[in-house]
Write a protein that binds this ligand. Sequence first.
Ligand SMILES: Nc1nc2[nH]cnc2c(=O)[nH]1
Length: 450
Amino acid sequence: MILRGRAILGTFLHAPQQGTLEVLADTLIEIDATGTITAVLQPTDAGYAEATDRTDVLRLPRGRYVLPGFVDLHIHAPQYPQLGQALDEPLEVWLQKYTFPLEARYADLDFARPRYTALVEDLLANGTTTALYFATQHTEATNLLADICIDKGQRALVGKVVMDDPAACPDFYRDASPEAAVAGTRAVIDHIRTHPANTDARVLPVITPRFIPSCTDEALTALGQLAAECDCHVQTHCSESDWAHGHVLNRYGHTDAQALDSFGLLTRKSVLAHSNFLTDADMDRLVVRQSAVAHCALSNIYFANAVFPLRRALEKHLHVGLGTDISGGPSASMFEACRTTVQVSRLLQDGVDPTLPAANRGTPGSAIDLKTAFHLATAGGGIALDLPIGLFAPGYRFDALVIDTTAASGSIRLFGETQPGAVFEKILYGASRANIEQVWVDGRLTGQTH
Ligand SMILES: Nc1nc2[nH]cnc2c(=O)[nH]1
């Protein structure tokens, strides 16, 4: 089904600002031939009656609510087979013991294809309409992931992982040299940008140094130059755990954010995963560069040794979106990412050690409300990527999911509740895949949802 050149009538819930939910009840959204929203008409608006009389309007039944598609700002695509597994080691052990051996297998495209296909289909069915992907070190398998996203109609940003330092990366899974790493990155950029089925650039390339500990200075310098030359997005990990943060401090005598900046890797289109140990000065630097953080609340429980100070970052007007960090986080759902964002912020606020007096236990003022988490998972992701997504407003792409609150096999029970704020909470806390009835990207219905 296609909504391009048509309109959809229903109740839309979105969060243009942090901390607020906007309810667009009985609203008509008009979409042009490219999948861009051209009008959002509410019942009191001039022209509403005539517009809703159009015969080509898709009218949603009662009990349906439309949300902006989720923007997952941090996914390791090759780690999907490992989701919900192997979370018993700290980051530096987990990488060498489980993750590099798994990712190395993507040299074999017959291994990669069914796994990448399942991932993209499952994420779409979960409501993730935009995905920022780390692929693997392999050029061909990275191109394959991009091809699958293009074929399945997911908005995606796909990067070949650069990891060239022999001191940190195993022989069986490493770029042969900084030059080879950059050549592979260039090849993926060219593949995606010239793909004959990607003329509307729904899939974009991303420069992807894995993280400073796995890269040589030569590779980081060349990737910074490439980012300026190609005007591509950039993604990497930043100050994730005590170990990762400490590695960079030891190597350069300054923080990850400073080091990335010195390599030209902090741009308007950069997304830094985790970033838990950012100093105030690091945050200020990111604000100046307009770079973003992908907050991965669930994965941080396993690997970070700390909770990201999200409220402090938002008060500084840092761009922040949410990420699942598949498979560091054992859930592929952005609903879950919203829930965990709220939950860990409460732990940070109140503290966790019951032997301490309440007054010394936590970090007051750290709590994040559900509407803010939802904003970050949608509009915030769009701002981070500098793309017109995550909102229902003219000029934005029509990326959306239709929630069926009445689905018998779903996990939302409204018991007659109709107050939109309450319904919103029930959806965010309760929705599972069986409640996601339709997923739209650029005004096109994507595959089977359940
Ligand atoms: N969570 C996480 N952190 C990383 N740092 C470097 N690589 C990774 C990865 O694959 N996952």
